[in-house]
Design a protein around this ligand. Structure first.
Ligand code: S6P
Ligand code: ZN
Length: 192
């Protein structure tokens, strides 16, 4: 078969220190203003909006266009807090509900919250070398509980799509907050 009729193999380089991918589709930047309403302490969030810090960046590797293939990307989640809540990603489930995903932590420290539509939560610690398999139908969010960027590598089906609406509206049932002795998981009293 003629190779020109096939999807072409793609090469990219990952910078392990920065978490960047050079052959990147288009970097996504999420600032605090992109996550308005996501943090519990709205007063603290409003006070930080003047600086509007970058919470995370996503580097999606260039895709070869294979619709039933895989997508690859890294996420770099900055350290910090809004009130007592650590910087976190928006969190989403997949539009194609049964689409799973794999995260591989490259550096930093954090948590991955995975949650069913009924609010059952599984929280796992993320640190260099941890691999997280997220089955279909589980919403997922990452939280940086450390002092340096949390960097992880992700692989997911190209046809998965992202559903942000449900999480934006009802949040996660569990929050990760900064306690006296480190990260604590608490119930989200505003979860609906
Ligand atoms: C994509 C994968 C990650 C996240 C990224 C940002 O399926 O899970 O690349 O998109 O960590 O999180 P979010 O919730 O803002 O998409
Ligand atoms: Zn995902």
């Amino acid at each position: 078969m003629n190779a020109t009729n096939l999807f072409q193999p793609i090469l990219a380089n990952l910078d392990f220190e920065q978490g960047t991918i050079d052959n990147c589709e288009q970097m996504i930047v999420r600032r605090l203003s992109d996550l308005q309403g996501y943090f519990q302490d709205d007063e603290a969030a409003q006070a930080m909006l003047e600086d509007d810090p970058v919470l995370y960046r996503v580097y999606p590797m260039k895709s070869c266009g294979e619709e039933t293939g895989l997508l690859v990307g890294t996420s770099v989640l900055e350290p910090g807090c809004v009130g007592n809540e650590y910087f976190m990603t928006k969190g989403h489930s997949h539009l194609l509900e049964e689409a799973p995903e794999v995260y591989f932590t490259l550096s930093g420290e954090g948590m991955i919250l995975t949650e069913t539509a009924d609010g059952d939560t599984v929280a796992q610690k993320m640190e260099k070398g941890t691999i997280h398999y997220i089955p279909g139908k589980w919403a997922h969010r990452t939280i940086n509980t450390g002092a340096v960027p949390l960097i992880f590598f992700a692989v997911w089906p190209a046809n998965a799509g992202h559903n942000y609406g449900a999480i934006k509206n009802k949040g996660f049932a569990t929050l990760v907050v900064k306690g006296e002795d480190g990260p604590e998981l608490i119930k989200n009293l505003n979860y609906s």
